[in-house]
Design a protein around this ligand. Structure first.
Ligand SMILES: N[C@@H](CCC(=O)N[C@@H](CS)C(=O)NCC(=O)O)C(=O)O
Length: 222
């Protein structure tokens, strides 16, 4: 089984963390996003979308982090994607919520454009997107904090599920912009639970290395 991924990719990290936590054996193929390895014709022949993560297991070629997580959960016999229908529906609901509303308003509008210059987005456009995102993101962060996590350790209750692997990557993307989670104590407690996973640090090392490199010039001029 081969996983095409990059630790700096927000959608790769949930899959890498899940695989590490569950001892899933795979061959890692690093697709260097900053070096545009995803635009390489050889990679586009494998995944015409030119994005990561992407999994190849025998005849199965599978994109989309959510689908890959579900596949690996089945393959490893994990309870992180419950078999009981109502519990599974709640995990599906949370995963879709993270991958749509939350990802758009928090990741796409609020956080990514802050790196508009290094990523080649027009700085003025980036500024407008950040302003829009900063106005809208609290709505979704509040729902996550007060209604989804509330007083529970994980997004879907007492035990960790695929929604936690996915959602924690999106929320911690905010670290790249030093996004202030002070108003969201339940989110902070949940993220602390995720960071306590044995494979968290090794999985997230590449991301936090990139964050430090991106923030160094910002901090030097502050
Ligand atoms: N919906 C996809 C999104 C995959 C995606 O857009 N990955 C980003 C990295 S986080 C990527 O490879 N971007 C490269 C590009 O858009 O050129 C998933 O969840 O797997």
């Amino acid at each position: 089984m081969k996983l095409y991924c990059d630790p700096i990719s927000t959608t790769s990290r949930p899959v890498m963390l899940f695989a590490a936590e569950h001892g899933v054996a795979y061959e890692r193929e690093h697709v260097d996003l900053l070096g545009e390895g995803n635009r390489d014709p050889a990679y586009l022949a494998i995944n015409p979308n030119g994005v990561v993560p992407f999994l190849v297991d025998g005849d199965l070629a599978l994109g989309e982090s959510t689908a890959i997580l579900k596949y690996l959960s089945w393959k490893s016999g994990s309870s992180a994607y419950p078999t009981e229908i109502a519990a599974r529906a709640k995990v599906d609901e949370a995963m879709s919520w993270f991958a749509t509303n939350f990802h758009e308003y928090f990741c796409v509008f609020t956080i990514y454009p802050r790196f508009g210059v290094p990523l080649g987005i027009d700085p003025q456009l980036a500024q407008g997107l950040v302003a829009f995102g900063e106005e809208k993101a609290p709505r979704w962060l509040s729902v996550l904090d007060r209604h989804m996590i509330a007083d529970r350790p994980f997004v879907c209750g007492e035990t960790i599920t695929l929604a936690d692997y996915l959602g924690s990557a999106f929320v911690t993307l905010g670290d790249a912009a030093a996004y202030d989670l002070e108003p969201y104590p339940n989110i902070r407690r949940w993220i602390a639970n995720m960071r306590a996973l044995p494979s968290w640090d090794v999985t997230y090392a590449g991301f936090y290395g990139m964050v430090a490199a991106l923030r160094a010039p910002v901090e030097a001029t502050a």
